[in-house]
Design a protein around this ligand. Structure first.
Ligand SMILES: *[C@@H]1O[C@H](CO)[C@@H](O)[C@H](O)[C@H]1NC(C)=O
Ligand SMILES: *[C@@H]1O[C@H](CO)[C@@H](O)[C@H](O)[C@H]1NC(C)=O
Ligand SMILES: *[C@@H]1O[C@H](CO)[C@@H](O)[C@H](O)[C@H]1NC(C)=O
Length: 346
């Protein structure tokens, strides 16, 4: 707080009264959390292997649920109920994609992901679903490989999607050989998770490095899927990828409450032609502003090794500046969310 100009402190003071609301964390869990698998024995077993179909929402969410559960002990001394687990960001984003129709077939061919067809189906034609696959399979399988999941690498097999199967790796060894860099970065994260000397900030650094590396590889494979979307939605997808790079260098703490509050700024439905931020009437002011800011990013960040990102990265290397930016984020979230949940300080 010491580095903020006085007016922001005044704002924080005004809002802190409404922050003390006692929260029930289970209200913040992603859709169908309770119905999702919660242990390996909830999945099918064939020839001594657990078989998971990541193209069915509760099975994919179950992978996150197990991951968040098995890593809970590493975060228990900094907060109750596993709230401070920084892996929450992943299932919460998957839940937002599901809730907003982003895991459904964008071409609406076979009813995959629709109420009228197969609502729990995750479509391989969805760009969001494909990108998320790698942010699910790789962290999950690397966790298995690092030994913290309590099963061995040859005990798990993911089912391939109905098409384009060669683009997806299905087990520890095939993901390691097809995506060596992100897999090794996830492994590094889990190693540091197990070192008692790792700080919360260290863990965020390794987590975001793995996250960014994963998106870099997956992004290249599925670029063409964006053609199935309306222009505003495709642009939003591209902007989102750029935005993640900026978020990553701030080391945004992807804990349960923080991610939940942050997500209130994301589009609550798919964008359609004619949607133009900040004038989308069924979006909140917060959602309109976030979308507006995101729409500028690719315009100012139009070159590889972008100048803006370089400057931003250098700025964020300064611990105090980074803390200030995160606090400013928090203030912005609070301004738009009078019911902001209280967040334990780390
Ligand atoms: C939290 O909410 C869940 C489901 O809504 C409920 O079962 C549980 O009892 C609540 N816990 C507290 C402490 O209020
Ligand atoms: C993890 O899962 C086990 C078995 O389902 C459960 O007993 C335990 O409470 C869970 N731990 C956390 C932190 O959620
Ligand atoms: C991993 O999956 C590949 C296909 O993606 C398969 O050829 C290989 O046998 C599998 N390995 C194990 C150990 O199951």
């Amino acid at each position: 707080m010491a580095f903020l100009p006085p007016w922001t402190c005044v704002l924080v003071g005004c809002f802190s009264a409404s922050l003390a609301k006692e929260s029930n964390f289970s209200d913040l869990y992603p859709p169908l959390w309770k119905k999702s698998a919660s242990q390996f024995s909830d999945y099918r077993v064939e020839n001594g292997k657990y078989i998971i179909d990541p193209w069915v929402y509760p099975e994919r969410m179950g992978m996150y649920k197990i991951l968040v559960n098995k890593t809970a002990s590493y975060f228990e001394n900094i907060g109750a109920d596993n709230e401070q687990n920084i892996l929450w960001g992943l299932p919460l984003q998957n839940g937002w994609q599901y809730r907003t129709g982003r895991l459904a077939d964008p071409r609406q061919m076979k009813g995959c992901g629709y109420e009228s067809g197969d609502p729990l189906c995750i479509s391989v034609d969805s760009w969001w679903a494909d990108m998320n696959y790698f942010l699910c399979a790789l962290p999950f399988l690397a966790a298995v490989d690092s030994g913290i999941m309590g099963i061995s690498s040859d005990q798990i097999m993911l089912l391939p999607p109905p098409k384009d199967q060669t683009q997806f790796c299905l087990n520890v060894s095939s993901c390691q050989s097809s995506f060596p860099e992100p897999m090794s970065k996830w492994n590094t994260f889990y190693q540091h998770l197990q070192y008692p000397s790792s700080s919360f900030e260290d863990l965020l650094k390794y987590l975001w490095a793995a996250h960014v590396s994963t998106l870099k590889y997956a992004g290249k494979i599925f670029e063409d899927r964006l053609e199935y979307y309306s222009k505003p939605e495709a642009n939003f997808g591209r902007s989102w990828c750029v935005a993640v790079d900026y978020l990553a260098v701030t080391l945004f703490p992807t804990t349960l409450v923080r991610t939940y509050e942050f997500q209130k700024g994301l589009p609550p439905r798919m964008l359609v032609n004619g949607d133009k931020a900040p004038f989308i009437s069924d979006f909140t002011d917060f959602q309109n502003i976030v979308l507006l800011v995101l729409s500028f990013l690719p315009k100012v960040d139009n070159s590889p090794g972008s100048f803006l990102l370089t400057v931003w990265t250098i700025l964020m290397k300064n611990h105090d500046v980074r803390k200030e930016v995160l606090e400013l984020f928090q203030i912005i979230l609070e301004i738009f969310n009078p019911t902001f949940q209280s967040v334990p300080n780390v």
